[in-house]
Ligand binder design. Structure first.
Ligand code: SAM
Length: 237
């Protein structure tokens, strides 16, 4: 089974990521501002997870449909943030071409697939469902920041306040970060490609996007190579 099909669809995922619920109060409105679409625009929240950012999009007057692979996340979304929801895989979106004004892809939700071809397919699928001039907001972890932040702790297990142990390592080719976690005797490993700034731009262009703006934080500060967060606003050409 692919790591992302198991890790995110496990009940412990909600405990491991519990702090993200509170962070949504800040992240949601800020990311919705950066998406910057007019009231009434249609937006796919891909992936929507358990829906923590959905209220902020709705508060902006956007018509939001959530999509995610995890049935467990979608169940929680339906309970806590009722909305139109679709179970889907990024690699083959169940929507027709050019049907939405925006795709909202928050919290490092690109780079999960093992091959560059599949990761490109995800962006091509986003481009395919967007109307011409439609907007993709792509919120990623900054590559250089993560390399620097992990340098002194790589390969060391740490306890966390949430009650799990965690270790980060880079793959031998130094392109992917492996985050191992152990909680209640269960082991998880996220295996995520962390693209460089040039790679993000290259893949966006190959998928049919032109770059509108890129920022280094929720407050819209200008892009910086060492920032922890890179947020791209790209336009479907
Ligand atoms: C880090 S979470 C982000 C969720 C949401 N954007 C947020 O900020 O809370 C990543 C999400 O991607 C979903 N996911 C992983 N692989 C997927 C795939 N191949 N297709 C669709 N969703 C996927 C997971 O189920 C999980 O809910």
């Amino acid at each position: 089974m692919d790591w992302f099909a198991r890790d995110f669809d496990h009940p412990l995922y909600f405990r491991i990521y519990a702090d993200k619920e509170a962070e949504a109060a800040l992240e949601g409105p800020a990311l919705a501002d950066l998406l910057d679409l007019p009231v009434g625009s249609s937006v796919l929240d891909l992936p929507c997870g358990w829906g923590r950012l959905q209220p902020a999009l709705e508060d902006r007057g956007l018509c939001v449909i959530g999509g995610d692979l995890s049935a467990l996340n979608l169940e929680r979304h339906a309970r806590e943030y009722p909305a139109p929801l679709v179970r889907l895989d990024f690699r083959a979106l169940p929507f027709r071409e050019a049907c939405v004004d925006g795709v909202f892809c928050a919290f490092t939700s690109w780079g999960y697939f093992a091959s560059d071809a599949e990761n490109l397919t995800q962006l091509r699928e986003f481009a395919r469902v967007l109307k011409p001039r439609g907007v993709l907001l792509l919120d990623l972890t900054g590559h250089d920041f993560l390399k620097n932040a992990s340098a002194s702790i790589e390969n060391t297990w740490f306890p966390t306040p949430a009650g799990y142990r965690e270790r980060v390592r880079w793959s031998p080719d130094r392109r992917r970060i492996w985050t191992d976690r152990i909680m209640d005797g269960e082991r998880f490993r996220h295996d995520i490609w962390i693209p460089t700034g040039n790679e993000v731009l290259e893949f966006l262009a190959q998928a049919g996007f032109g770059l509108d703006q890129v920022w280094s934080g929720l407050d819209g500060r200008p892009w910086h190579p060492e920032a922890d967060r890179w947020i791209y606003r790209a336009i479907r050409i």
